[in-house]
Design a protein around this ligand. Structure first.
Ligand code: SF4
Length: 201
């Protein structure tokens, strides 16, 4: 993919010109939710807790037991955020797809209950600069050997296949998702498009 072919993006994606990705769910079985343990923001925890009765009937039996007896969060932390619980090796909210996603989609917004770390996957925030990057093997020290993060797995440009995730990331950057609290990105003062950034390289 050449920088000339890049679409104009509403967020800065550092590796927009080179990243490839194609989500093949459900063929993959939802492996990104295996031992998922996503970090969750305080506002996200509160929203899930307030709506728990909607999710419980859809959980796997053992996961439901874990959630009702011990809760859906653990004391473990990642990037200063608490991590979700796991049951039988899978995130407690995984049951042939993400229950938080499915319930949200039925209500008209697939991301309204999902932690932003899941909703943007495989986009992630750059640590030191104002922007994002697509997680890929060997990019920014990526340690997860998940097959779909292998850039050789697909020839499709990630910026084309991830439009929904990119739009959601723009909502985060704009401050529209500030209810999530904690580590949610603050509105940027000045934002360059990924196209401009890629052209400059
Ligand atoms: S919250 Fe949903 S998307 Fe995130 S790891 Fe759990 S099942 Fe997967």
């Amino acid at each position: 993919m050449t920088s000339k072919a890049l679409p104009t993006l509403p967020i800065l994606v550092e590796n927009a010109a080179t990243a490839t990705f194609d989500c093949v769910y459900p063929t993959c079985g939802g492996k990104c939710c295996k031992q998922g343990r996503p970090p969750v923001e305080p506002g996200e925890i509160a929203r899930i807790e307030a709506n728990l009765a909607k999710f419980l009937p859809h959980l796997r039996e053992k996961a439901r037991k874990v959630v009702t007896e011990r809760g859906f969060m653990t004391r473990r932390e990642k990037h200063g955020r608490r991590m979700m619980a796991v049951s039988e090796g899978w995130c407690v909210f995984e049951n042939q797809g993400c229950v938080l996603h499915k319930v949200g989609a039925k209500e008209g917004d697939r991301f309204k209950y999902k932690p932003w770390a899941c909703a943007t996957f495989p986009l992630d925030r750059l640590e030191k600069t104002d922007g994002w990057y697509v997680r890929q093997w060997k990019v920014n020290g990526e340690g997860w050997d998940l097959f779909c993060l292998n850039p050789k797995e697909s020839k499709k440009p990630a910026v084309s296949t991830m439009q929904g995730e990119i739009e959601f990331a723009a909502r985060l950057d704009s401050g529209e998702e500030a209810w999530r609290g904690g580590d949610v990105p603050k509105p940027a003062k000045k934002r360059k498009t990924a196209k401009k950034r890629a052209t400059r390289k």
